[in-house]
Design a protein. Structure first.
Lengths: 492, 517, 99
C-alpha cells in the first residue's frame, strides 16, 4: 500500500467542506469522522515509515512552473511526528467542538477542517514557496474562527493576531522569493525546492538579511518574547477547541520552520545570529515562566507557559547541536501533547465554575472529582518535565545540547525548568486544592464526552513517558548532524 | 514641404484584420447611439444593452482572432500596432465593459442620462483605451488618452440630478485636463528633443543623436510621467481619486477603477519600455520613488475611510504603486508581472465593486462600511465574494492577489530591485488593517449571544440586520450577482491554477523585444 | 530665428495656466486656464516642428485643438448642468411633499 500524502493533506479540508453541506446537527460529526480517518491514515504512515530512510512518501509535481513553485510534499524524521501530532490533536478539538453548540456550526466546522489542511500542508511542504503558501493560508481559517466565535473582544483579538502574524509571514514571502531568485544561477529555471536551496547557499551578506526576515516570521508565530504581543488577546478570546490546536500545533509551525528552512538554507547566518537567538530563547523562557506564575486566567497561564516552552525549543534549535535539535523536535511533540489536554481540562474546569476560566473561581475540586484531579496531575507533571515523562527527556536533550555549545545560556535556561515546576504546581493547586471557589460544582469527569476525549491523550503521554525511544529513534533520522555543523564552521 | 507631399502621396497601409476590434467597439458606439433613438421600453432596457454586449463580445472575439506571439505588427503604419500587450490589455478593457453593462443596468445614472448615451460613451471610452494600448506614436497616444478621458468625464456626471455626481464629473474634468495638458507639454518637449513622434524613432534617437542628459528630454520625460501619473492615480498626483470615485455613479467608479487604471498602465508600459527604454537609468529611480510614495500614501489613506468607494479608491492608489514597481524593473519579467497583476486586479476589484453596488441600492447606509454589517449571515452570496476580494487584495495565498504579488516581487528581485519587493510587502502589511476591517464588519459584527441549553430550533431564524429586508436579497439583482460571483470565482481559480494566465502574460512579455529577457 | 524664445513664451503660458487652475475658484476661469495650458503645448509643438523641419508637430497641434474643443464642450456642459441643478432644486423639493 502506497501512502499518498495528498490524502492526508486534503482529507480534513474535504471533510470540512462536506460539513458545510450536511444538516447542522451532523456538521460536527462529519468533521470528526474526517479527522479520525486522517489520524488512522497517518498511523498507517507511521507503521510504514522506515527509520533512517530519509525523505519518504514523496509527492512532487509541478504546480506553477512559471514561478518555480512545485507541489512537493514529503515526510522524514523531522516532520513525521509533527504530522501525526496535527492529525491526532485535531480529533479531540473537533470532538470538543462537535459536543458544543455553535452559532453557524457548519461554517465553524468548515474552517476547522481547512485549518487542519493548511497546517498539515505547512508541515509536509518540501518546497519553500509551497510552505509560504500554507503558512499564510493557515491564518485565514483562524482569523474567522477567532473572529466569529470568540469572546467579547474577538474582533480586536483576531485582527491583532492576523496583523502580527501576517506581517511576519509577508516579510517571509519577500525573503522566500528573494531566496529563490538569488539562488538560481543566471539563466537557470527558478526553484524553491528546499533540497536545492540547501545545496546552493547564498553569500554571507544576503543570508543575513534573509535570516532576519525569516526569523521575525517564525518568532511571531511561536510566539517568542519581544513579538508575542498578539498572544494574550488571542488566547483569552479564542474558542477553546481553536486555541487548543493553535497553541498545541500551530505554534510549532514557526519553530519547525527554523529547522526545516533556516538552518539548512541559511547556515552561515544561523551561526552568525546564534547568540542573538539563544538570548531571545532564554529571555522567552524566563519571561514566560514568570508571567505564567502571575496570571489569574487559566488560559493565560498556558499562554505564557507556551512562550517559555517554545523558548526551550528555540534554545535547542540554536544550540546548533545534534542533541539539541533532536530534543527540540521531541519537545515540540511533547508540548503539543500536554497542551491539548490542559486546554481540555480548562474547558472542564470552566464548565464546573459557572463558565469562568479565572483561577479565582475555581478551587477545591480534587476531593469530589478524583479522576479529573488525577488526569490533571499527570498532565501537569508531564508539563513540568518530571523525570519519567517524555518532556524530561526532551528538555534534557535540549539542555545537554546547549551546555555543549554555549554553557552560559544552558545554565540560565535551567532555571526555567524550576520555574515551570512552580507555575504548573500553582496552577494545579489553585484549581484543585484551594478552598472551594464560589459556585463551584465539583462533579467528576463524565465518562463519554469528557473522559473519552481526554483519556487517549493521557495514555499517549504516559506511553511516551515509558518509552521515549519510540520518538527518539525516528527523530534521530533527522537532526542537524555533526557533519552539517562542521560544514557550517568551515563556511564561517 | 517635400516631406508633406511624400506623406500625402503615400497613404498609410492599414491592416483591416488587425484594426477590426477597434472598429467593433467604435462602430458599436455609433450603432448603440442610433438604436437608442428608438423609443419604447424594450429598445431602452433590452436592445441597447444587448447591442453593447454584442459589440464588446465581437471585440473580444476579434482580439483573440488577432492573437499572435512575438513582436508588434503595424495595423496603421506608424500610428497603431498590435502585439500581445495591446491585445491582452484590450481584452481586460472589454471584460470590464461587459461587467459595467451588468452593473449599470439597474442604476439610476442609466435612467437619468439615457441608456444609449451612457453605453455609447462607455464604448467610446473603451475605443480610446484600445487605441492607447496599441499606440506607436505620441500623437495616437494623446488621442487615445483623450478619447478615453472625455467620455469618462461625462459618465462621471451622468447621474445628472445628483450634485455629487456632477461635482465629481467637473472635478475629474479639471484634474484630468491638467494631467492631459502636462502630458502634452511633456510630449512636446520630447518631440522637441528628438525630432520624432514615433516610439521606435524616439528610442533610436535617445542615446545616439540625443544626449541622455539633455535637459529638454529629461524635462519632457518628467512632465509626461507626471501627466500619466495623474491618469493612473499615482501619488502625489492621486488627490482627485477618492473624491471622484465617491461622487461618480458606482458602476462608473468600477469602470474607472479597473479599465482606466489598466489603460493608464498600458500606456505607461508602452511609453516607458518602448519609447524611453534607452533612458531607463534616468527614469527608473524617479519612478521607483513614485512607487514607494504611492504604496505608502495609498495604504495609509485607505485606513481612515468609512466609505467603501473611497476605501477602494485609496486601495487602488496603493495597487497602482505595486504595479509601478513592475514597470520600474524594466525587464521582460517586470512587464509580464505587471500585465499579470492588471488581470488579477480586474477580477478582485470587480468582485468588490459588484458587492458595493448590490448593497448600496438596498442599504440605508449607501456605500458606507456599515452597509455590509452582518452580511455574512444575511446574504452569504454577497459576503463571500467580498471576502474573497478583500483577502485577494491583501495578498492571502490561494487567491489571485497572492500570485500577482509573488510574481511582482520575483520580478523586482530578479531585476536587482529587491528593496522594492520588500516595499510591496510592507504596503501589504499596512493594507491588512483596512481590508480585514471589511471582513470583520461582514462576519464578526455582534450576534445574539448564545445562551447554553437553548433549544436548537430557535436559532434558525434570520439574524436581523441593519437595512435588511426582502428586497435586499441580492437575487433581486441577478446580473450584478452573477458578475460578482464570476469575478470572485476567477479570483480563486487563478489563485490556484494561474498557468493559463501565465501563458498569456508570457506572450505579452515578448511584445517589446527591446527589453532584456 | 531661434526657437528658444518660442519655448520661453510657451513655458510662460503653461505656468500661467497652471497657476490659474490652482488658484482660481470660478469654473469658467479654470476652463480658460486649461485652454492656456493646452495651447502652450501647441505653441511648443509648432515651434519644434519648425525647428526640425517636419510636419509631425503641426499635425499634433491640429489634433490637440480638436481635443481641447471637446474638453471645453464637456466642461461647459457639466457647468451648465450644475447651475441648472441649483435652480430647480426648490421645485424638486416641492414635488417631494406631495401626497
Amino acid at each position: 500500500m502506497t501512502i499518498y500524502l495528498s490524502i492526508i493533506l486534503f482529507l480534513p479540508g474535504v471533510a470540512g467542506m462536506l460539513a458545510l453541506l450536511v444538516p447542522r446537527r451532523l456538521a460536527g460529526w462529519t468533521l470528526v469522522t474526517g479527522t479520525l480517518l486522517t489520524l488512522a491514515y497517518t498511523i498507517v504512515m507511521l507503521a510504514r515509515f522506515k527509520i533512517g530512510g530519509g525523505m519518504q512518501f514523496v509527492t512532487d509535481d509541478n504546480w506553477i512552473s512559471e514561478l518555480g513553485i512545485r507541489y512537493h510534499l514529503g515526510v522524514d524524521g523531522l516532520n513525521l511526528f509533527l504530522v501525526i501530532l496535527t492529525a491526532l490533536l485535531w480529533v479531540p478539538a473537533s470532538i470538543a467542538a462537535a459536543l458544543r453548540e455553535w452559532d453557524r456550526p457548519r461554517l465553524f466546522m468548515m474552517f476547522m477542517g481547512l485549518s487542519e489542511t493548511a497546517v498539515l500542508g505547512a508541515f509536509m511542504a518540501q518546497d519553500l514557496a509551497l510552505f509560504v503558501v500554507f503558512f499564510d493560508l493557515m491564518l485565514v481559517p483562524f482569523y474567522f474562527l477567532v473572529g466569529m466565535w470568540g469572546g467579547e473582544d474577538r474582533v480586536y483579538a483576531t485582527t491583532k493576531l492576523v496583523i502580527y502574524t501576517l506581517a511576519g509571514s509577508l516579510l517571509m514571502l519577500a525573503a522566500a522569493v528573494a531566496l529563490g531568485v538569488m539562488a538560481t544561477p543566471a539563466g537557470g529555471h527558478i526553484s524553491f525546492s528546499l533540497a536545492t536551496l540547501a545545496q546552493h547557499p547564498l553569500s554571507g551578506g544576503s543570508q543575513y538579511w534573509l535570516f532576519i526576515l525569516f526569523a521575525v516570521a517564525f518568532l511571531v508565530k511561536a510566539p517568542a518574547f519581544p513579538l508575542h504581543g498578539w498572544m494574550p488577546d488571542a488566547y483569552r478570546e479564542a474558542p477553546l477547541p481553536v486555541i487548543l490546536v493553535f497553541s498545541a500545533v500551530v505554534s510549532k509551525v514557526g519553530v519547525y520552520g527554523f529547522l526545516r528552512i533556516v538552518l539548512p538554507v541559511l547556515p552561515q547566518a544561523s551561526v552568525h545570529f546564534q547568540e542573538l537567538m539563544l538570548a531571545i530563547a532564554v529571555v522567552s523562557i524566563l519571561y514566560g515562566s514568570i508571567l505564567a506564575f502571575s496570571q489569574d486566567e487559566a488560559r493565560l497561564v498556558l499562554g505564557y507557559s507556551s512562550v517559555a516552552q517554545l523558548g526551550f525549543i528555540i534554545l535547542g534549535i540554536f544550540s546548533l547541536d545534534p542533541k539539541g535539535g533532536q530534543g527540540a523536535v521531541m519537545q515540540m511533540i511533547n508540548h503539543g501533547l500536554v497542551t491539548a489536554p490542559l486546554f481540555l481540562i480548562i474547558g472542564y474546569l470552566a464548565i464546573r465554575a459557572q463558565g469562568r476560566d479565572s483561577l479565582d473561581w475555581m478551587g477545591g475540586m480534587a476531593l469530589r472529582a478524583p479522576v479529573l484531579a488525577g488526569v490533571f496531575l499527570i498532565v501537569a507533571l508531564a508539563t513540568l518535565a518530571m523525570p519519567g515523562s517524555a518532556n524530561f527527556v526532551g528538555e534534557l536533550y535540549i539542555l545537554f545540547g546547549t551546555f555543549q555549545s554555549k554553557i552560559v545560556y544552558g545554565i540560565v535556561a535551567s532555571a526555567g525548568v524550576v520555574l515551570a515546576a512552580v507555575y504548573m504546581i500553582r496552577f494545579y493547586q489553585r484549581a484543585m486544592h484551594n478552598p472551594v471557589g464560589p459556585q463551584v460544582e465539583s462533579r467528576d469527569l463524565a465518562l463519554g464526552p469528557e473522559l473519552g476525549v481526554i483519556a487517549p491523550l493521557v495514555l499517549v503521554i504516559l506511553a511516551l513517558g515509558v518509552y521515549p525511544n519510540f520518538l527518539l529513534h525516528r527523530i534521530n533520522a533527522f537532526a542537524p548532524t555533526a557533519n552539517d555543523r562542521t560544514e557550517v564552521s568551515v563556511i564561517k | 514641404m517635400t516631406t508633406l507631399l511624400i506623406a500625402a502621396a503615400k497613404a498609410p497601409v492599414i491592416d483591416y484584420k488587425g484594426i477590426s476590434p477597434l472598429f467593433a467597439v467604435a462602430g458599436g458606439a455609433v450603432i448603440v447611439l442610433m438604436a437608442a433613438l428608438i423609443r419604447g421600453r424594450f429598445a431602452q432596457r433590452v436592445l441597447v444593452p444587448f447591442l453593447t454586449v454584442g459589440a464588446l463580445g465581437a471585440a473580444i472575439g476579434l482580439s483573440i482572432w488577432n492573437w499572435h506571439t512575438g513582436d508588434s505588427r503595424p495595423i496603421v503604419e506608424g500610428a497603431l500596432a498590435i502585439d500581445p500587450l495591446a491585445l491582452g490589455l484590450s481584452l481586460l478593457f472589454y471584460i470590464t465593459g461587459l461587467a459595467t453593462v451588468a452593473f449599470a443596468w439597474r442604476s439610476r445614472a442609466l435612467r437619468e442620462s439615457g441608456t444609449g448615451e451612457f453605453f455609447g460613451l462607455m464604448l467610446g471610452s473603451i475605443a480610446g483605451m484600445t487605441i492607447l494600448g496599441s499606440a506607436e506614436n505620441l500623437i495616437t497616444l494623446f488621442v487615445g488618452i483623450e478619447l478615453l478621458s472625455i467620455p469618462l468625464y461625462v459618465m462621471c456626471a451622468s447621474d445628472v440630478r445628483r450634485e455629487t455626481s456632477l461635482e465629481s464629473g467637473l472635478k475629474y474634468l479639471v484634474i484630468g485636463s491638467v494631467g492631459s495638458a502636462t502630458l502634452l507639454y511633456g510630449l512636446a518637449l520630447i518631440y522637441g528633443a528628438t525630432g520624432h513622434t514615433g516610439f521606435a524613432e524616439i528610442n533610436n534617437a535617445i542615446g545616439n543623436s540625443v544626449n541622455l542628459t539633455d535637459p529638454l528630454l529629461l524635462t519632457g520625460i518628467a512632465l509626461a510621467a507626471a501627466g500619466l501619473a495623474f491618469k493612473a492615480s499615482v501619488a502625489p498626483f492621486h488627490a482627485w481619486t477618492p473624491d471622484v470615485y465617491e461622487g461618480a455613479p458606482t458602476p462608473v467608479t468600477a469602470f474607472m477603477a479597473v479599465a482606466t487604471k489598466t489603460a493608464a498602465f498600458a500606456v505607461i508600459l508602452r511609453f516607458f519600455l518602448e519609447a524611453l527604454v534607452s533612458a531607463q537609468e534616468q527614469w527608473a529611480p524617479a519612478l521607483a520613488a513614485l512607487a514607494v510614495i504611492t504604496i505608502i500614501v495609498g495604504n495609509v489613506g485607505a485606513i481612515a475611510q468609512n466609505s467603501l468607494k473611497r476605501m477602494l479608491a485609496w486601495s487602488g492608489v496603493a495597487q497602482a504603486g505595486y504595479m509601478l514597481a513592475g514597470v520600474v524593473v524594466g525587464t521582460q519579467l517586470g512587464l509580464q508581472a505587471t500585465a499579470f497583476y492588471l488581470a488579477m486586479y480586474l477580477f478582485m476589484n470587480l468582485a468588490a465593486f459588484g458587492v458595493v453596488i448590490a448593497r448600496e441600492r438596498v442599504s440605508e447606509h449607501g456605500d458606507g462600511l456599515k452597509s455590509l454589517e452582518g452580511l455574512g449571515s444575511a446574504s452569504p452570496l454577497l459576503a463571500w465574494p467580498m471576502t474573497i476580494a478583500m483577502l485577494s487584495l491583501a495578498g492571502f495565498p490561494a487567491t489571485a492577489g497572492f500570485i500577482g504579488k509573488f510574481y511582482l516581487i520575483s520580478a523586482a528581485v530578479d531585476g536587482n530591485w529587491a528593496w522594492l519587493g520588500v516595499m510591496i510587502v510592507v504596503g501589504s502589511m499596512l493594507s491588512l488593517v483596512y481590508y480585514l476591517r471589511v471582513i470583520a464588519v461582514m462576519w464578526m459584527t455582534p450576534l445574539k449571544i448564545e445562551l447554553p441549553g437553548r433549544p436548537r430550533r430557535a436559532r434558525r431564524e434570520v439574524q436581523p440586520v441593519a437595512g435588511w429586508s426582502p428586497e435586499a436579497d441580492p437575487r433581486a439583482q441577478p446580473e450584478v450577482l452573477l458578475v460578482t460571483l464570476i469575478m470572485a470565482a476567477a479570483t480563486i481559480f487563478f489563485g490556484i491554477v494561474p498557468s493559463p494566465l501565465f501563458h498569456l502574460a508570457h506572450d505579452v512579455g515578448t511584445s517589446i523585444s527591446a527589453l532584456f529577457s | 530665428m531661434n526657437v528658444t524664445w518660442y519655448l520661453v513664451l510657451s513655458a510662460f503660458i503653461f505656468a500661467m495656466g497652471a497657476a490659474g487652475v490652482l488658484t482660481r475658484r470660478n469654473p469658467l476661469v479654470v476652463l480658460l486656464c486649461l485652454e492656456l495650458m493646452l495651447n502652450a503645448g501647441n505653441l511648443a509643438l509648432i515651434a519644434f516642428s519648425r525647428m526640425w523641419g517636419n510636419a509631425d508637430g503641426q499635425i499634433f497641434a491640429l489634433v490637440v485643438m480638436v481635443v481641447a474643443a471637446c474638453e471645453v464642450v464637456v466642461g461647459l456642459g457639466i457647468i451648465v448642468g450644475i447651475f441648472r441643478r441649483r435652480i430647480p432644486e426648490d421645485v424638486d423639493a416641492l414635488s417631494e411633499l406631495r401626497g
